[in-house]
Design a protein around this ligand. Structure first.
Ligand SMILES: O=C(O)c1ccccc1N[C@@H]1O[C@H](COP(=O)(O)O)[C@@H](O)[C@H]1O
Length: 216
């Protein structure tokens, strides 16, 4: 099956259009974060999300860590998917589902060591998809994504093999390494930000090269 491609860090209606025209099946809209290149204002997230045609998914990337805050955040921006980039400290996934039954939930796992595999498999019972990234939430200034770094794909491969829900691979993917990533990890989808940008703007030439590297 052809892997789905999610283009993250979308920062304007025009960037959303460009990514969809190239074949993106999902767009990432990054809200306030402690670090990373992608954050935009919630008003802009809402404006962009409203212009995206079905069946393209709109992912709100939220750094909120409680169910109530995440529910309130989605209600401000009205995306059809929530990507939780940090730990949901109260583990109240059910509360989010009850409040927002039509909204899909994606939990990010920052793949660091063997414990990340256990964490991923445990949380896969609660959400619609996992997204494996290369951040480090334990740092003084948390890294929750957008690092431009790859992680240990052997661990990601274990998660893909053992989880019974779709898994996206993220973290430092580019046109030069994506074939190897697909061979090693075999994810449902790919997610990327830094490598398709030039001076912070989505670059159609890099985008084209990435899609060509994946789909031929
Ligand atoms: O991009 C950001 O600023 C960001 C900040 C905090 C959490 C997630 C963020 N972006 C996500 O990170 C992945 C990987 O990015 P990269 O390709 O390694 O640069 C990206 O796809 C977004 O989902």
């Amino acid at each position: 099956m052809k892997p789905r491609i999610k283009i993250c860090c979308i920062s304007s209606i025009q960037e959303a259009k460009t990514a969809v025209e190239h074949g993106a099946s999902a767009l990432g809209l990054v809200a306030k974060m402690p670090s990373g290149p992608g954050p935009i204002a919630d008003d802009l997230i809402r404006d962009i999300a409203q212009t995206v045609p079905p069946p393209v998914a709109t992912f709100l990337l939220t750094s909120e860590t409680t169910a109530d805050a995440i529910i309130a955040h989605q209600r401000q921006v009205l995306t059809n998917t929530i990507q939780i980039v940090d730990e949901l400290t109260d583990r109240e996934y059910r509360k989010i589902r009850e409040a927002l039954p039509a909204i899909k939930l994606v939990q990010v796992i920052h793949v660091i060591d063997e414990r990340s595999v256990d964490e991923a498999l445990e949380l896969s019972e609660q959400v619609d998809a996992l997204l494996l990234d290369s951040g480090n939430p334990k740092l003084a200034v948390k890294e929750l994504g957008g690092t431009g770094r790859v992680h240990n794909w052997k661990l990601s491969r274990q998660i893909v093999h053992q989880a019974s829900i779709p898994v996206f691979l993220a973290g430092g993917l580019n046109a030069g390494n994506v074939k190897e990533a697909l061979d090693q990890v075999n994810p449902f989808g790919l997610d990327l930000c830094s490598s398709v940008r030039t001076d912070g703007q989505l670059d159609p030439v890099k985008l084209e090269a990435f899609f060509r590297a994946v789909w031929g």
